[in-house]
Structures are given as structure tokens and as C-alpha cells.
Design a protein around this ligand. Structure first.
Ligand code: KMH
Ligand code: ZN
Length: 308
């Protein structure tokens, strides 16, 4: 079986600072957490930025530059920059970093969903920052917009910058959206699919849903034309990761997606979550990929071609 690619999603935009004291917020904290995750076995780090003063999700290229520069100084890890940003940003804001930094990888969200975060309100007693409560409440009525027009815009950007998209699939219809783009000649294999399971508004993190998504992708694109990975958002993380390791897929974990190391116990770092997956891979006899292994598996352009 192919070596296991572990991605660590360091901070994201869906986890608010009041949910966990361990969420990296400043550029230095985000970069250091990414570097530690790489030492623990992550070959890709998925990067969002936050305003250092209050942790609000940011699309500011200056903040990204600080994060990216520090990571590059200390690690050979592959950097996958978000183009999802936060649901409050326009697609232009979300993708602005790609032509500037020309990363090896970026996320590419394959459909629109009501990315609902309001259930997090139940677990917060006291808010650290003013924006958090309204941000979570508003998500109840907010569409994370990824239309066919947005796809065209992003396809052009990734083509021009030779950036490999990590295709975020939140529901089975998103595979059909991808199929449409393939038929239009806008994207071509080999694809890297990321099954995002457990977001309220998308597919749940049930085992049969993972096998369904995988078999649908096999039928639509052909087994040898894509690699795939899974994000089990929240409680589904460890179970779906185990399935993916066993099925030949890859795994993403991190405080963007899940803040617990086990039921009721907060993960103290991204590295701790990565270590847990690397341990599982050992139990299941799956070797963990280095960043250079992952570059080969995913056919990336290489770190010599990034622009920072
Ligand atoms: N927040 C994750 C569930 C992105 O950054 O483009 C999905 C994600 C999207 O990582
Ligand atoms: Zn993200």
C-alpha cells in the first residue's frame, strides 16, 4: 500500500479561540505548530491566517507571509494554503494568496453548503473575544459559497500558478460538480480528493458514507486517477482516520477540524493529533510518508517552485 500522507490543519477558521486555549493564533504560533506537526509525521500542513490581536480569520497576505517564511526556514513540509478562508470572505479574498505565493497545494472547495457552526455555542461558557459569538450565530444562516463561477475563477488561478488543488468534498453532489468540471476540460486527473465528513450542512461521518463517497469516486473518475484523504470533523476524526488508513486513503487531522485527543480531553497541540495517527498507522502496518514521499505520490511541482 502507498505510504500514508498525514495532513495537519493547524488553525482554520471554524474553531474559535474560546473553544480551546491550545489554538495557535499569531503567525509565530501557527508556524511553530505547523513545524512541530511536521516533526511528528505530517507531510502537509494546511494553513489559514488569523489577526494576531484577536484571532479573527484573516486573508491578509502579510500575515500569511510571516507564517510561510517561518515554516520554510525550519521545515521541508508541503504547505497547502486555504482558499476557503472563512465563510465571511469573498472568493477573491480567499484566493488572493495563491498568485502571490504560488504554493505547491491549495484547498479547492467543491460546492456550496450552509457551513453551520452554531452548535459550538453550547460548549462555550465565556467568550475570549467579542466577534466570536456573532460569528458562530451567523453561520446558521450563512452559505459557504462555491459556485460554478467561483470554480472557473479558481481553476484559472491554480492553472496559472501550477498549484495542485486539494478538492474538498463535503457531500456526494460535490463529486458530480467535479465530474462536470472534468467534462468541461477545466480540471484533469490525477485528482487529490479530501472527503470532509461531519460538518453540519454536509455529509455525516458514518462509515458507510465514507465507503459510499469512495466507491462513487471510483465509478466517476476511475480508481487510478485520484488519491484521497479524509477529514473526520469533530467526533468522527479517529474512526474515519482508521478506516482511511486501512482502505489505502490518507488522513487529515488538526485543531481546524477537531479539538479533542479523546472524548472530553482537549488536544494540547496539532502534533499530538498527528502522533496519534502515526501511531495508528504503525498498528495497521502502514508506513508514514515524508514530505518528499508525498510530493511524489501527489505529483507536486516541488518546493523549488514556490514564491516565498
Ligand atoms: N474547514 C474544513 C472543514 C478550506 O480551508 O478551504 C475545510 C477546509 C476548507 O479546510
Ligand atoms: Zn481550511
Amino acid at each position: 500500500m502507498e505510504k500514508l500522507i498525514i495532513t495537519s490543519a493547524i488553525t482554520g477558521a471554524a474553531t474559535v479561540p474560546s473553544l480551546t486555549p491550545y489554538l495557535p493564533i499569531t503567525p509565530k504560533e501557527i508556524a511553530d505548530s505547523a513545524i512541530e506537526a511536521a516533526v511528528s509525521g505530517a507531510s502537509i500542513v494546511h494553513i489559514h491566517a488569523r489577526r494576531p490581536e484577536d484571532g479573527y480569520p484573516s486573508s491578509d497576505p502579510k500575515i500569511f507571509r510571516e507564517i510561510l517564511t517561518r515554516i520554510k526556514e525550519h521545515s521541508n513540509v508541503i504547505v497547502c494554503i486555504t482558499t476557503g478562508g472563512s465563510v465571511m470572505m469573498t472568493v477573491e479574498e480567499r484566493a488572493a494568496t495563491i498568485p502571490i505565493f504560488r504554493p505547491e497545494m491549495c484547498s479547492f472547495n467543491m460546492g456550496s453548503i450552509n457551513f453551520a457552526l452554531h452548535t459550538s455555542l453550547n460548549s462555550i461558557k465565556e467568550f475570549k473575544f467579542e466577534w466570536e459569538k456573532e460569528y458562530l450565530e451567523k453561520s446558521k444562516d450563512f452559505i459557504f459559497k462555491n459556485t460554478f463561477k467561483d470554480f472557473e475563477y479558481l481553476c484559472k488561478i491554480i492553472r496559472e500558478n501550477d498549484t495542485k488543488p486539494e478538492l474538498e468534498i463535503y457531500d456526494v453532489g460535490h463529486l458530480y460538480n467535479l465530474d462536470y468540471l472534468v467534462c468541461q476540460g477545466m480540471l484533469s486527473p490525477p485528482f487529490h480528493l479530501q472527503f470532509v465528513m461531519g460538518v453540519l450542512g454536509g455529509i455525516r461521518g458514518n462509515p458507510e458514507d465514507l465507503t459510499y463517497l469512495k466507491s462513487k469516486a471510483d465509478l466517476l473518475f476511475g480508481k487510478n486517477n485520484f488519491t484521497w484523504s479524509v477529514i473526520g470533523v469533530g467526533a468522527a476524526e479517529i474512526n474515519l482516520s482508521t478506516m482511511a488508513i486501512h482502505m489505502g486513503g490518507h488522513v487529515r487531522v488538526g485543531l481546524e477540524d477537531n479539538i479533542y485527543i479523546k472524548k472530553g480531553i482537549l488536544a494540547k497541540s496539532n502534533a499530538e493529533l498527528v502522533e496519534k495517527i502515526a501511531g495508528l498507522a504503525g498498528i495497521l502496518n502502514r508506513e508514514v510518508a515524508t514530505p518528499d514521499d508525498a510530493r511524489k505520490i501527489l505529483r507536486l511541482k516541488g518546493s523549488g517552485k514556490i514564491n516565498w
